[in-house]
Write a protein that binds this ligand. Structure first.
Ligand code: HEC
Length: 123
């Protein structure tokens, strides 16, 4: 009996994992990225990612415009990752862009990179 139930569990897990899990994880990751952006980034980078959020008025230089495809295409994911987790100064930009590594986990930062890249509509 025990062997059978273990087998049933193993089969259930094996069929569940590859089909259901990645899709769910992806949706959850994207949703979380949007939530993080709204809570932490929108005030400077703006609703459309154009760097025109309410908190940006006083800033010089202004936050980067994520809808500017020419600029965004020059940046690697590694550079964006460093800017977000270690702050603007770590990549030679404004210190007004603070390090978020202590607030936002590494996988969430990776999802945020996809999210900020989505403001540039061209691929
Ligand atoms: C206090 C305002 C402010 C907040 C909040 C803020 N940023 Fe920034 N961000 C900036 C500024 C200012 C720069 C640097 C602009 C420069 O030096 O040219 C910047 C730069 C960046 C860059 C580098 C862009 C590039 O061209 O390489 C990324 C990526 C970025 N921010 C993402 C984020 C994310 C993600 C969040 C939320 C977790 C966030 N920022 C929150 C102001 C802000």
């Amino acid at each position: 009996m025990r062997t059978i139930s273990t087998l049933v569990t193993a089969v259930a897990v094996a069929t569940w994992l590859p089909c259901v899990h990645p899709a769910v994880a992806q949706d959850a990751g994207a949703a979380k990225a949007k939530e993080n952006y709204q809570s932490y980034c929108r005030k400077c980078h703006g609703d459309e990612g154009k760097g025109d959020g309410a908190g940006a008025a006083m800033l010089n230089p202004k936050p980067r415009d994520f809808a500017d495809c020419a600029n965004m295409q020059k940046r690697s994911d590694a550079e964006l990752f460093k800017a977000i987790s270690e702050g603007g100064e770590a990549v030679g930009m404004s210190a007004d862009m603070q390090p978020w590594g202590g607030t936002i986990s590494e996988p969430e930062v990776r999802e945020l990179i996809k999210f900020v890249r989505s403001f540039c509509k061209k691929s």
